[in-house]
Design a binder for this molecule. Structure first.
Ligand code: NI
Length: 159
């Protein structure tokens, strides 16, 4: 198990556009394992590679601690409905804010074997997919938060 340092708001790397992954390598496999370790250790439900300083289009998500999901080069294909609620980010520790997101998304990505798959998500999973894909384009939820950031009650989800 290896933990990586989570970059925080204000770090330039979080504002850059990540590059597509062309092939799986041992180094990227290790990165993905470390991203899961780092996310679980921080009690997060999602983490994107730029949050650990690596500008590659890779995200890991697990909204219920039972369904780890790796998405490489993810692309959102469909968005439906909307949900408005509190959202947090491991790169903005201790804070959360209200963000409106689609209530359903369908996305395509590559898995750790570079095989294409489709994932559909509702509610928290839809929110997490949108949040993490935004990170790959240098976008953070604080850019479109509705109202002020508030201090997070411990135990809330952070992405
Ligand atoms: Ni985040």
């Amino acid at each position: 198990m290896a933990l990586r340092n989570i970059r925080e708001l204000g770090d330039d790397v979080l504002r850059k556009t990540s590059r597509e992954v062309k092939e799986m390598t041992p180094k990227i496999q290790e990165l993905i394992e470390d991203m899961f370790d780092t996310m679980y250790e921080a009690d997060g439900v999602g983490l994107a590679a730029p949050q650990v300083g690596i500008l590659k289009r890779i995200v890991v998500i697990d909204v219920d601690d039972e369904h780890p999901l790796v998405m490489i080069n993810p692309e959102i294909l469909e968005r439906k409905g909307s949900q408005t609620g509190y959202e947090g980010c491991l790169s903005v520790p201790g804070k959360s804010g209200i963000v409106t997101r689609p209530n359903y998304v369908k996305a395509r990505a590559l898995d750790e074997n570079m095989k294409t798959f489709i994932v559909e998500g509702e509610e928290l999973l839809a929110r997490a997919i949108c949040h993490e894909v935004d990170h790959l384009d240098g976008k953070m939820y604080v850019d479109f938060v509705e109202g002020d950031l508030v201090s997070t009650v411990s135990g809330e989800d952070e992405e």
